[in-house]
Design a protein around this ligand. Sequence first.
Ligand code: AMP
Ligand code: ZN
Length: 479
Amino acid sequence: MHELRLHNTLSGKTEAFVPQRTGEVKMYTCGPTVYDYAHIGNFRTFVFQDILRRYLKQRGLNLTHVMNLTDVDDRIIANAVAAKMGIREYTEKFAQAFFADCKALSVEAPEHWIRATDHVPEMVELIERLQKKALTYDSEGSIYYRIAKFPEYGKLSKIDLTGIQAGARVDNDRYEKESARDFALWKAPKPGEHFWETEIGKGRPGWHIECSAMAMKYLGETLDIHTGGIDLAFPHHENEIAQSEGATGKPFARYWLHAEHLLVEGEKMSKSLGNFFTMRDLYGKGYKPSALRYALASVPYRRQLNFTFDGLQQASSSVERVRNFANRLQQGKFPAGSATGMKERAARALDDFDAGLADDLNTAVALAATFDFVREANIAMDKGDFGQEDVAAAEQFLHAFDEIFAVVKDNDGEKLREMGFAVAHGEIDDAQVEARVAERQAARQQRDFAKSDEIRKELAERGIVIEDSKDGSVRWKRK
Ligand code: AMP
Ligand code: ZN
C-alpha cells in the first residue's frame, strides 16, 4: 500500500494522512439540503466522498462516517410555508429521493445518517456554550456569532477580512463570497414560520450550527476528515470552525477536503440556461446509473468536472469494457496453468491502482491502470497467453477496482425499475439470459441451427449479444 496523501484546504497543502488514532477515521460530510431534488453537481461531491469512504475502508481503516440531512434552512422554511406544510412533511419526499439517488449511484450509506430536526437540543446546548464564552450577542430575538472575537476566522477559506464591518450581521445562511459578517446561530421566527420552543427562546437553528453540533455529537470534538463541495468552504465551514473551536478550544477537523464544482458543457448549471439536470432527468433520457457514477468519479475531485453528454456516452463504453472483461473472466475457457508474467502483471495493476488513489484520490490514474491491464489481458487472452490459473489474479484486481468504482455488476435495469423508470422493452435478467443461452447451446449440439439462430435473434432484439469463441465456449453481454 502506498502512503495516503490528501489535499487539506486548511493547510493549502497535500499532506500525509495520519488519523488521530491509528487505524480509525472519524469523518463528517455535509449532506444535502432537502428542499428539492439533488442535481448532478451535488452528486459530483457525494460520489467524491463515497470514493474517499470506500478507499479508506479498502485500506483497512475503521471508519465512522456521519452525513446529515439539512432539513432546516431558509429555503426549506420558505418552501414549507408556501406549501402550507410542516418541515418534516415538506422535506420527506426529497429525503427519500436523495436516499434512492444514492442507492442508484452506489453511494454507500454512512455509519450515521442524521437529520438536523432530530438534533435541535444539541444545537441549543452548543449555542449556550458559546454564550457563556461571550462569543454571541442577541438582537431582536435572534442570536449571532460575533466573529471579531474569533481571531482565526478566515483560516480555512483564506478570506480577506480587511473589509469586514464589525457587528454587521446577516440573517440568511448563504451569502456572497468576500462578505464575512456575523452570522445567525439562532433565528427568531417570522410570522407563520415553524419554530422550536427552547431555553434560548423561540426560533430555529441557523444552518451552520447544525453541522457543528451533529458532527461533535457523533465524532467527538476533533474530527479526522470533514468534506463538502468547494462552495461550502466559505462561509459554511468557516462558520463551523468558529462555532466548534470557539466552544471547545480544540481543532475541529484536521483535514478539510473540498470537491471542485461540476460544470455542464463548460457552464455553471442553472435552470435559466436549460442545462440543469437531476439524476432523474438523465435516467429519463435513457442514461444508466453506472455510466453517471463513472462519469462523476473519473475526474479527480480537485479538478472541475466538465459534464458533457459525449463524456457520459464514453463513461458508458468504459463501464461496458470492464463488464465485458469481467464476463470474459467468468465465462471464458482458458488453457490450463498460468501464462508467463500474467500474475505479476495483475499485481502491478493493483499497485498502480493503489498508487493513483493514495495520491489524493487520483481516480484518473487509477482508471488508467485499470484499462492498461484490461487491454493487455484481453490481448493475452486472444493470443491464448492467459491461463486458467491467471483468472484469480485478474479477478482479485477487478474486485479491488470495484470496491471503489462499483460499476461491474450489471444491475442498471434493476435500479431503474426500483426508481420507477420504465426499462427498455423486453429487457430480461441474467438468469433468463443464461437459460436461453443454455438452450441455444443444446440446440447447436443437436445441430438444430434454425432453433439456435432463432434464440440468438430473440436475444439480440432484447439487447443481448452472444459471442461464440473458438474454444467452443459462449459469452454474452448486454449491448
Ligand atoms: P446543498 O444541497 O446545496 O447543501 O449541496 C450539497 C452538496 O453539493 C454540497 O457539498 C455542495 O457544495 C455540493 N455542490 C453544489 N453544487 C455543486 C456543483 N455544481 N458541483 C459540485 N458540487 C456541488
Ligand atoms: Zn455542513
